[in-house]
Design a protein around this ligand. Structure first.
Ligand code: FEO
Length: 164
């Protein structure tokens, strides 16, 4: 059964949003690559691939329901930042915005009684809890370092061990 236009429009938009998230995190990876923080760079690359998986999950779902995927243009992303603190503050804020978008889609899926879409979106709702938690954890650790580069490098090394 095809997805109703009201929800479909949001899904199409979300394919772009997830690719833009990937692009955003790649921009942050590019920044970290130009600093000693290679662990953060690695984390951002992994985060970017995860965002592409999120995009493809919506892409596949739109196809599976018999709708036709539309691909919208991506905006350019910054590759210059001033500090890891700035980057992870922005990461958390970004994930909170994505959570809001997912919740809005879920609200529409409830409104139009699209039960299958609700199940898909429940996966994203849980995923966003994890996304916000990861960003918050790293941000909290960075906030404790003050001016200590040594402490920051230690977090960088730990964060760089991210497996998935
Ligand atoms: Fe696709 Fe980071 O949420």
């Amino acid at each position: 059964m095809v997805i109703e236009k009201k929800l479909l429009d949001l899904f199409q938009e979300q394919i772009r949003n997830e690719f833009e998230s990937a692009y955003k995190y790649l921009g942050m990876a590019a920044y970290f690559e130009s600093t000693p923080y290679k662990g953060f760079a690695k984390w951002m690359r992994k985060q970017a691939s995860e965002e592409m998986e999120h995009a493809m999950k919506f892409f596949d779902y739109v196809n599976d329901r018999g709708n036709h995927v539309e691909l919208f243009p991506l905006i350019s992303m910054p590759t210059h930042y001033t500090s890891p603190l700035e980057v992870f503050r922005e990461t958390l804020e970004h994930e909170q915005q994505v959570t809001h978008l997912i919740h809005e889609m879920y609200r529409v899926a409830l409104e139009i009684q699209d039960f299958a879409a609700q199940v898909l979106l429940q996966w994203y709702i849980i995923e966003q809890v994890e996304e916000e938690k990861q960003a918050q954890d790293i941000l909290s650790q960075i906030e404790t370092t003050g001016d200590s580069i040594a402490a920051l490098m230690k977090i960088d090394s730990k964060v760089g061990k991210r497996k998935d």
